[in-house]
Design a protein around this ligand. Structure first.
Ligand SMILES: Nc1ncnc2c1ncn2[C@@H]1O[C@H](COP(=O)(O)OP(=O)(O)OP(=O)(O)O)[C@@H](O)[C@H]1O
Length: 300
């Protein structure tokens, strides 16, 4: 279990993160989601003690700075491109392994885990973005750590790469590890995460299972096509429903199809089509972070 408690940092100019507390449970992939500039990287740096600020983060009860053999406990991916461009992947991993007191055989194992064996001798500078991400992940996995903190692990990956990383993270979580992976892309998080921690403008917006987040923030409308839309619009509004016309369709702010059908029946309107339209994660995310974004926009 990772426990972050009261994380806070204010940069000159006012941006930063404010009183963030959350937990990350083992056995699932937890997505750390927020729009660009929300404070994800700042939070991750605070969690690892890489930047000064307030608050405390523990990994199984210990702060990162006090963990014995950090590589064996917490695997970190913060900047996948931060590898010397002339150094081959295997040499980079051997260097990190030696520095962390890890056996050289781990290099072969993690190269296999991320599928980079065939290019292990190629200089990292000639790697594609996707290959660099894989190398970053291999580095994070070297110490076979129980905890993984991954900042934007799917950035720059094509859909196949995102699927690959999803399968890898699922497998690692299935082994009982605790995984926090950040992203500013909703579609990506919808694929990767079981739990979701959402931040907006440096504040916690929500934390919990992804499905619960969608249920709470996404909403459902009844969409209806009828022979006399104007008459139906009036009848629905009289019944107390909020309704708007979009081209030939009426969009009614309710999930209650029976109520809409009953109103249409009483108004003698012939319904041609009637269905529930649910807004997905994208809308949920925008709705949930909108308040925080507004708050930021009001700052001097
Ligand atoms: N060193 C710094 N000095 C001043 N402001 C900073 C510094 N680092 C980050 N910020 C500001 O703090 C806020 C949070 O930045 P951070 O990089 O943590 O966000 P993020 O959620 O990781 O964004 P992204 O998705 O774009 O990577 C932003 O407004 C950013 O401009």
């Amino acid at each position: 279990m990772i426990v972050a408690d009261g994380l806070a940092k204010t940069y000159r100019g006012g941006a930063g993160v404010e009183d963030l507390s959350f937990t990350v449970r083992p056995g699932v992939v937890t997505g750390f989601l927020g729009p660009n500039g929300a404070g994800k990287s700042t939070t991750i740096r605070l969690m690892l003690g890489l930047t000064r600020g307030r608050g405390r983060t523990t990994f199984g009860g210990r702060e990162y700075a006090g963990v014995p053999g950090p590589l064996r406990t917490v695997g970190v991916l913060t900047d996948a491109a931060a590898v010397h461009p002339a150094r081959p992947a295997a040499a980079h991993l051997r260097m990190v392994a030696a520095g962390g007191g890890l056996p050289a055989k781990r290099v072969r194992e993690v190269l296999a885990t991320v599928g980079l064996e065939s290019v292990a001798r190629k200089p990292a500078g000639r790697f594609s973005l996707g290959m660099k991400q894989r190398l970053g992940l291999a580095t994070a996995l070297l110490g076979d750590p129980e905890y993984l903190i991954l900042d934007e692990p799917a950035t720059g990956l094509d859909p196949e790469g995102v699927r690959w990383i999803r399968d890898l993270l699922r497998r690692l979580a299935g082994e009982g590890r605790t995984i926090l992976a950040s992203s500013h892309l909703l579609a990506e998080m919808a694929l990767l995460a079981d739990d979701l921690i959402v931040i907006g403008a440096g504040r916690l917006v929500s934390a919990g299972p992804l499905e619960e987040f969608v249920r709470q923030h996404a909403h459902a409308d009844v969409v209806v096509r009828a022979d006399r839309p104007s008459a139906l619009l009036v009848a629905l509004a009289r019944d107390g429903l909020r309704v708007r016309q979009e081209a030939a369709e009426l969009v009614v702010e309710t999930a209650d199809t029976e109520r809409v059908a009953a109103v249409a029946g009483r108004a003698d309107v012939v319904v041609r089509e009637l269905f529930v339209r649910r807004s997905g994660l994208e809308d949920a995310f925008l709705a949930a972070t909108a308040a925080a974004v507004r708050h930021r926009a009001e700052l001097p």
